[in-house]
Design a protein. Structure first.
Length: 718
């Protein structure tokens, strides 16, 4: 039941910390602009009270700047349950970077850093905040003490080279390891590089279209490194003799001959041999680190102020005439709305690593988002590292080491996402079944619209992609599917102010103790009326639903809004994702009692195109037991086989095969499961194959049923 006029006014007054007033003249809209402003005002009061309790003073002009802009005010005070870390982070950035940068030139970027940082604050649960909030105390709140402005300094190479032939001390094992390598005669190695293909000419002497880059082999003379010794049995014997002669007979390398070498790609299966190679790698790594040939550890992550200052410095860089366009600079606007910049603000790559990539783009136009794909050996980190251990200016975990050592999809996705963030583009790695891809934000130069797009996809599309960057707009955070991040771009395109209002509405919803069905539907309609991509608000309403009827009513309210959207045809994944959340909620709630209630539930599920196998199976059985379940699943299979788009749609086939697995999991007992699968497989006779890219393949649905029965899939006749 909605709050009465008197109760609504009293609740607002209590939230603001004021004494209850006389009844309002007219009822306020529970989710209208006045209610939003009241909530933000109350949150602001709590945050300032917390500052006072901690004896933290914030300048009046700083607060006035926030209060002067309703959108900024709502972003700072209304998008987190506890706005204090956001408020202090924004002030901390202003102290370090100056009001000109934070208030006037890059306020959206500053907001993104402040809000993102509020999710990273470590917390202890031992005591409570001084302001009486139920948030754990001990959070590392941003420092707002007076201090000089930040002077950005990119750290230099941290290695301090040690003289391994010093006369004033006794030489240790690592000295002798380095001396063996550095005193050894240079070796000649074959290096493979990709270079532009040479120009070719036709019979008339005209230049032909240039082919793609080709691999060119070069013979290079270079100093001996640890990886060379690990790869060569003769060098290992020579090394063992040298160390023994210098007082270390306990050092014995036995890594075989070219088992792991600079270009090896095959995983090592012999466990004992792998152990010896890993020990050899550790020996050389320890020596390189101890004697200043490699850093002792990876560089520290920058502070949020250092990270923002570095991005701002690059954004302001003026390229020489003609180079700005050639470098495609800037790659992404740093004054874009803050929700789009959260992936960028989350980047914690050390500045020295970033600087090397930025310099390569700035000076040479170099922009690489992919490295060397090395196959199976990449699954063995110690072997992958042993194959190229050598003096290096960067430690493991750096993008530079990824370029040097190579990898598979995880490394390639990391190289791409990190490189995009270095050049100012919000990006993240993303998981697909058995694969790692990446996603990034981009802006259409013609329309100004934003979108989140995927790259390096391999095992599916957006529907199977989970972005590794935290989706924090529900104030909880965590990894979510691609469509969640796409919804941010869509929501901002629809209107940033309206999108931020829906985030405030979610905080308001969370603050209420209980929600009726009518309130839930009204709340969803109010949020979607502002912005149809109010996914955070939808999640709140769905999560708090206490009955199947409430959850399904939320789904219907959502569908009504989305079906009226002019671009509804492009939003099918968004639609199915939200309805999938609704149906999972229904599945987690008690089933409605009685056959009539089950029939009513099924009608709604069918109207909402439910694909959740467990929920459908439960509802069918409630209607008519196992017979109903068998009849319904058989009908669903026949509908799939008869669908005109089936013959050339692998994605639909995989989806239905997955649904069959879901149905199978609901059947008790292996004999019953096999009988059911055999009945369905028999219905597939004459429909065993699909034709994909002019090639006949076994239908994944048939393959799934054969697997359940322990049979081999039928042979495909070409």
């Amino acid at each position: 039941m909605l709050l009465s006029i008197r109760a609504a006014c009293a609740a607002t007054a209590l939230l603001l910390g004021a004494a209850p007033q006389q009844p309002c003249a007219s009822p306020p809209e529970p989710w209208g602009p006045e209610a939003i402003d009241a909530y933000v005002t109350a949150a602001r009061a709590r945050a300032l009270a917390a500052c006072k309790a901690r004896k933290l003073a914030l300048p009046a002009d700083f607060l006035a700047w926030i209060d002067a802009d309703p959108l900024l005010r709502r972003s700072v005070f209304g998008c987190r349950k506890d706005p204090l870390p956001v408020l202090l982070a924004l002030r901390s950035l202003e102290i370090d970077l100056g009001a000109e940068t934070v208030r006037r030139r890059y306020p959206q970027l500053a907001l993104a850093f402040a809000i993102q940082a509020s999710y990273r604050a470590p917390r202890r649960a031992a005591s409570r905040w001084n302001d009486g909030d139920d948030s754990p105390a001990g959070a590392a709140l941003p420092d707002v003490a007076a201090r000089p402005p930040l002077s950005l300094a990119v750290p230099g190479d941290p290695r301090v080279r040690v003289d391994t032939k010093a006369k004033d001390r006794s030489l240790d094992r690592d000295d002798h390891v380095i001396n063996f390598l550095e005193d050894h005669a240079p070796i000649t190695v074959e290096v493979v590089r990709r270079e532009p293909a040479p120009l070719e000419y036709d019979a008339k002497g005209r230049a032909m279209k240039r082919r793609k880059s080709v691999e060119v082999k070069h013979q290079v003379v270079r100093p001996l490194v640890g990886a060379d010794v690990i790869a060569d049995a003769a060098l290992q014997r020579e090394f063992n003799s040298y160390l023994a002669a210098h007082g270390h007979p306990e050092v014995r390398l036995d890594c075989g001959d070219r088992v792991v070498h600079w270009r090896s790609r095959v995983a090592v299966r012999d466990r004992e041999l792998r152990r010896r190679i890993a020990a050899a790698h550790q020996l050389f790594l320890d020596a390189y680190r101890a004697k200043g040939r490699m850093p002792k550890a990876r560089d520290r992550a920058p502070s949020m102020a250092e990270s923002m200052a570095w991005l701002v410095r690059n954004d302001r860089y003026t390229f020489p005439a003609g180079q700005q366009t050639a470098r495609a600079w800037p790659r992404f606007p740093l004054n874009a709305p803050w929700p789009l910049l959260m992936m960028l603000a989350a980047d914690d790559q050390p500045l020295r690593e970033r600087e090397a990539i930025w310099e390569a783009l700035r000076e040479r136009g170099e922009f690489r988002t992919y490295g060397e794909y090395i196959g199976g050996i990449a699954q063995q980190f110690d072997m992958q590292s042993a194959r190229r251990v050598s003096p290096f200016a960067f430690d493991y975990g750096s993008i530079q080491m990824m370029w040097k050592d190579g990898g598979v999809c995880g490394t390639m996705g990391n190289i791409g996402a990190r490189t995009w963030r270095i050049v100012g583009v919000p990006a993240s790695t993303a998981g697909q079944p058995g694969h790692c891809a990446l996603v990034r934000m981009e802006r259409d130069a013609r329309t100004g619209a934003f979108r989140c797009r995927g790259e390096q996809y391999a095992t599916g599309g957006d529907e199977v992609t989970t972005v590794h960057a935290g989706w924090n707009y529900d104030d909880v955070g965590g990894r979510r599917g691609m469509v969640f991040h796409q919804s941010i771009a869509w929501g901002v395109n629809h209107g940033l102010a309206a999108f931020v209002e829906t985030l405030v509405l979610r905080r308001m919803w969370d603050a209420r103790a209980a929600h009726s069905r009518a309130e839930s539907v009204e709340f969803v309609r109010a949020a979607l009326a502002r912005n149809p991509f109010a996914l955070a608000a939808l999640l709140g309403a769905i999560g708090s639903a206490d009955s199947a009827a409430t959850a399904l009513a939320i789904g219907d309210a959502f569908v009504a809004v989305l079906d009226a959207h002019p671009r509804r045809g492009e939003l099918s994944l968004y639609r199915s994702t939200v309805l999938g959340l609704v149906h999972r909620k229904v599945s987690a709630l008690p089933a409605p009692r009685g056959r009539a209630a089950a029939l009513e539930l099924l009608a709604t599920l069918e109207r909402q195109q439910c694909g959740l196998a467990g929920l459908l199976a439960r509802t069918w059985r409630q209607i008519g037991g196992e017979a109903e379940f068998r009849a319904r699943t058989l009908a669903a299979l026949r509908g799939y086989l008869a669908a005109p788009e089936r013959s050339m749609n692998r994605r639909a086939a995989d989806a239905f095969a997955g649904r069959l697995h879901g149905f199978a999991r609901t059947i008790r007992g292996e004999p019953a499961r096999r009988t059911w699968a055999a009945t369905l497989l028999d219905a597939c006779r004459g429909h065993e194959t699909l034709k994909l890219r002019r090639k006949a393949v076994v239908d994944p649905v048939v393959a799934a049923l054969c697997k359940m029965l322990g049979r081999e899939p039928p042979a495909v006749h070409k």
